[in-house]
Design a protein around this ligand. Structure first.
Ligand code: SAH
Length: 221
């Protein structure tokens, strides 16, 4: 990986990533596999060059088309909540965006399907996956609100844009016992929620307040 490229502060990106991982630990991230992956994935290649020097700050950043790359803490928290220390086989991500969350999950699961409704963002993300030689990612240009029924059931689903309520279509594509981590709500009133599919329906658990861009319908070029 791109371990020794310099960022805008003149530090190696490896050292700034280590600093970020220390912050994630301080904020309560405990899964060592998640911390290990985040110390390796070069977040600076997932943002525009003009923002690369800020890539290891623990903040969300713009990625164009009014979308954002999520804050590293939230990426870590969602990944940890999705995995719960298990080895997941087949995962669906809704909202590829920059592809950073996908790249963090890829080494931790067997196969990941990721869908994005904006074609240009998906193309940029695909180039990054190629550069990092991440070969278990299956990117699709489609409306993630519909899920990917042809590849279901999934062991886990992670949604990185906020619907107003729990999308039933996605719950139905989880295997029994499977988990979905997603933000729910509108504007600045949103909560990160864990939905676990049960034999008869699903259970929900609130994790923490968050702020994501809205889950929209349809697709764009
Ligand atoms: N995980 C991303 C976050 C990107 S922001 C990252 O780390 O960069 C959320 C993304 O969800 C945006 O790119 C937006 O276009 C996408 N999105 C919103 N609604 C969607 C839908 N219905 N289907 C697929 N993608 C959607």
């Amino acid at each position: 990986m791109i371990a020794h490229s310099q960022n805008g502060q003149g530090m190696t990106s490896e050292r700034t990533r280590e600093r970020l991982v220390r912050q994630l630990r301080d904020e309560g991230i405990r899964d060592e596999r998640v911390l290990q992956v985040m110390s390796q994935v070069p977040r600076h290649i997932f943002v525009d060059e003009a923002l690369a020097s800020r890539a290891y700050e623990n903040t969300a950043l713009p990625i164009g088309r009014s979308q954002t790359i999520s804050q590293p803490y939230i990426v870590a928290r969602m990944t940890e909540a999705l995995l719960e220390g298990e080895n997941l086989d087949k995962v669906l991500e809704v909202g590829t965006g920059s592809g950073y969350q996908t790249a963090v999950l890829a080494p931790l699961v067997r196969r990941i399907y990721t869908v994005e409704r904006i074609a240009t963002l998906l193309e940029q993300a695909k180039q990054r996956f190629r550069l990092l030689k991440l070969r278990n990612i299956h990117p699709k240009h489609s409306d993630g609100g519909l899920g990917l029924p042809e590849f279901s059931p999934f062991d886990g689903i992670i949604v990185t844009a906020a619907p107003e309520g729990i999308p039933r279509t996605l719950v139905e594509q989880l295997r029994p016992g499977g988990r979905m981590i997603l933000p729910i709500g509108q504007g600045d009133v949103q909560a990160l929620v864990k939905v676990t599919r049960t034999a008869r329906g699903y259970d929900t658990e609130m994790l923490e307040p968050v702020r994501f861009v809205p889950l929209l319908g349809g697709t764009e070029t």
